[in-house]
Write a protein that binds this ligand. Sequence first.
Ligand code: NAP
Length: 248
Amino acid sequence: MGKVMLITGASRGIGAATARLAAGQGYRVVINYQRSREAADALVETITTTGGEALALRADVADEAQVRRLFTDIDARLGRLDVLINNAGMLEQQMRLERMSLERWQRVFATNVYGSFLCSREAIARMSTRQGGRGGVIVNVSSIAARLGAPEEYIDYAAAKGAVDSMTVGLAKELAADGIRVNAVRPGVIDTEIHTSGGEPQRVARVVASIPLGRGGRADEVAEAILWLASEQASHTTGSLLDVSGGR
Ligand code: NAP
């Protein structure tokens, strides 16, 4: 029985690239999504027609009851969980902090921070060797914004990813004796649809001059880093924040 990897927010972008790469490496992948059912089903179809195993499950990671159901569905349908990729994330229209509402901060923290917390809590209960599990790996998808702060764009999102970084470092230490490694990747500017949510689909082109490698990244380049952190090759790596940002 192959290892099971749950990737939250895998209907498109970095999550979908991670699901494709993981399936190619023999993982049985769970493709979580919130709204994009057709895209998630199409990805399952692509993976299964090329000999892989995948399952699409809908859940809003910010909703505690839906997260519990997501994990009990995985228990029932796949019977194990080895790797959790906390990838689901979102941002809102670019603006200065003084114009932001409290509700906006709550939404941004709900998906990016509380979602990662809720999914990690369920995963730990299944993976922890202290609770009878086989051990496992958690990879959080943070952002280089946690270090740069995203001024004039979305400080709320940067602050949320800063919280993800702190959670990564603390949880890695807390779970070291539970057989669970915890790390994060911090992508820079990656060419996905997330920039449309910020109101600037062409953001990569605008900021390219600030990227030492001279281009935006691709989703599959972030997926490679995620898959390495999830693998046995990274067996001595925990509590790390791996920048995949073209040197930014
Ligand atoms: P994307 O193309 O906008 O995709 C976001 C994914 O997250 C979609 O599959 C979406 O599902 C899902 N999602 C959003 N809210 C969700 C929720 N509450 N519950 C479950 N799923 C949810 O974004 P991306 O660029 O691939 O980003 C993936 C991760 O990388 C995010 O954590 C993001 O913050 C991080 N990141 C991205 C960049 C970048 O430049 N692209 C840079 C740094 C970090 P539906 O389609 O079903 O709504």
